[in-house]
Write a new protein. Structure first.
Length: 282
């Protein structure tokens, strides 16, 4: 199967998952009409989503999997979701990075996509607790991107620590490394975000490491697609008033954007007709 066909399948599955979550379930015959594909194609898509653990197949369709507050999906399962949204968010976030600055990237699939957009930014110092993010910069250096070993290539610091299912490093070693450093900007991926619970994660170790990241940053930018809004993990690690900017995608409903705009200094909606912060009353 070609790359373009793979991409179409990924986009189609993201649309199906969105529909499942929004409506609480879908039927195969509805999806075939909406997506203009065969019954067999839809069933293969549902099989793939079921293997990722994000939907449950039922007779004639699928329903969402109700996740507990302690459920932590693996990196591969999460990386296949909301691909277009993550790309839009990553492009908008990358535009905020100044050459020569010191930035931090937390673990997560959205920060992983962002890393690919930063390999050509000169003279960056990048601190991360994500094995996957570090691999992006190391691969770029080996391939000669951003000058390879020439001046301009990013200097990358991987914190060390205990590896989580999402390939983040957490725990005392990671926390001690971060505690001694200072960043211009932290780009923070999250499991869940809500008005009441703030930023949350199902992993207690990751919660503490994220707190340490936030204390060491002059500016905190949360990068999260629209499906993260309303999700609450086991441990809250920050309130929304501790966030400087939220970068999300155009799939976020207008009423939610208005709610967030009242809670945060800066909301960037990426991938729409224009990327902007919703207007506020004077």
């Amino acid at each position: 199967m070609s790359d373009s066909q793979n991409l179409l399948a990924e986009q189609r599955r993201a649309l199906i998952l969105d529909e499942v979550r929004r409506r609480g379930g879908v039927r195969v015959n509805e999806l075939t009409r909406r997506l203009k594909v065969s019954d067999m194609t839809v069933r293969r898509d549902l099989d793939a989503l079921a293997r990722q653990g994000v939907v449950e197949k039922v007779h004639g369709g699928a329903v969402p999997v109700v996740e507990t507050s302690t459920h932590e999906p693996g990196f591969e399962a999460k990386s296949a979701l909301e691909l277009a949204a993550k790309e839009d968010i990553a492009r908008a976030a990358a535009a905020m990075v100044v050459p020569g600055s010191a930035i931090a990237l937390s673990g997560g699939t959205t920060t992983y996509v962002l890393a690919h957009h930063l390999v050509d930014v000169p003279d960056l110092t990048v601190v991360t607790n994500s094995v996957r993010v570090a691999e992006v910069f190391h691969a770029a250096r080996r391939a000669g991107t951003a000058g390879g070993d020439q001046p301009g290539a990013a200097m990358v610091v991987l914190t060390g620590g205990v590896r989580t299912p999402s390939d983040s490093l957490v725990g005392p070693v990671a926390d001690q490394t971060i505690r001694s450093l200072h960043f211009d900007v932290l780009f923070l991926g999250v499991h869940g975000i809500s008005a009441q619970a703030g930023l949350s994660t199902p992993n207690l170790g990751e919660a503490e490491t994220n707190r340490r990241f936030m204390r060491s940053a002059r500016r905190v930018v949360v990068i999260a697609d629209h499906t993260k809004w309303g999700t609450v993990g086991l441990s809250s690690f920050a309130t929304l008033d501790q966030v400087d900017t939220l970068v999300t995608d155009a799939g976020l409903p207008e009423e939610v954007r208005e709610e967030i705009a009242e809670l945060l200094p800066d909301l960037v909606v990426a991938g729409g007709p224009e990327e902007l912060s919703p207007p506020r009353d004077a």
